[in-house]
Design a protein around this ligand. Structure first.
Ligand SMILES: C[S@@+](CC[C@H](N)C(=O)[O-])C[C@H]1O[C@@H](n2cnc3c(N)ncnc32)[C@H](O)[C@@H]1O
Length: 277
């Protein structure tokens, strides 16, 4: 089971070649960075890795984490968020689910349980989770929900696997309501699609509807757009596709996202939801 995510093929290819910049920047987390003070950001792999770690912490910070919980990280990538929880909490039961077995192979190699935690990485689809009902206290989905085939099905699945009173926390890039159709056209256009694969956008009112329809209470909302803007300078400095000095398709897609972020047309949000007790 897999899906077409060209940027992950590229990251895996560079990691296989031991590219030191990719190892530092994307060897653990593969998502945008969070800078508490964006004016202090520098476009280096080391600074980016710290910011990517901070973004994971922002997302799980929305889920009222505590020692001893059962945590499911959906779309877990290389297991960076699980690695961070493993380092900062104890006696957790941590399960990472991802559709792409290649990422899970790396996660299993890189993330070793400590602090009395237990860790398992399972292959599976976010929209048909290979998880029993009411097995988890927390469900996380860091910067991956836009790839899922059906957000509503994922919300229903998260609701099903959470215990009563449990929390779902996620991060996503939300277009303004009036801009949503244009954002979807941009996401589906070839420069973006050829780098990021399938991406489906959702507005804030779309999330309100999802929460209502699946039975969740909307509990947390934090707009961190300004804190993520230095991501673009780093991605552009990285020259993801080598093109002999010409603007590459991937750079075009990144410039588009940067402009939408700067103009506030697309906002990076952390969202939290609770299953009623
Ligand atoms: C931007 S990456 C984020 C990875 C990880 N959450 C992190 O923060 O480092 C998006 C992730 O979503 C995963 N993904 C995409 N569609 C999925 C699906 N239907 N079910 C499970 N995982 C999926 C991808 O394989 C990828 O690991």
């Amino acid at each position: 089971m897999s899906i077409n995510l060209p940027y992950f093929d590229l990251v895996l290819e560079r990691l296989a070649k031991n590219d030191p910049e990719f190892e530092i920047a994307f060897g653990r987390h593969v998502h945008w960075g969070y800078w508490a003070d964006p004016s202090r950001a520098v476009p280096t792999a080391e600074d980016y890795a710290l910011a990517a770690e901070a973004l994971s912490q922002q997302v799980y910070g929305a889920a009222n984490m505590a020692d001893g919980q059962q945590i499911l990280d959906v779309g877990c990538g290389f297991g960076g968020t699980i690695a961070s929880l493993n380092e900062n909490f104890s006696d957790l039961n941590l399960v990472g689910v991802n559709i792409d077995e290649r990422q899970l192979e790396r996660a299993r190699l890189k993330v070793a349980a400590q602090n009395g935690n237990r860790i398992e990485f399972k292959q599976g689809d976010a929209c048909a989770l290979p998880i029993a009902d009411e097995a988890f206290d927390r469900v996380l989905a860091v910067e991956c929900i836009f790839h899922f085939s059906d957000r509503r099905r994922f919300f229903d699945e998260a609701f099903r696997v959470l215990k009563p009173g449990g929390y779902l926390a996620l991060s996503d890039m939300l277009p303004a309501a009036w801009y949503a159709n244009i954002a979807q056209l941009g996401a589906s256009a070839s420069p973006t699609r050829q780098l990021f694969g399938h991406c489906q956008v959702c507005t804030m009112s779309g999330y309100q509807r999802l929460a209502e329809e699946s039975g969740f209470a909307f509990t947390f909302k934090k707009d961190i757009t300004a804190n993520t803007i230095p991501t673009y300078a780093f991605l552009l400095a990285l020259k993801i596709q080598r093109t002999n000095g010409k603007l590459s398709r991937s750079d075009l897609g990144i410039h588009g996202l940067k402009l939408a972020g700067r103009l506030g047309l697309v906002r990076y949000q952390i969202l939290g939801f609770q299953k009623p007790r």
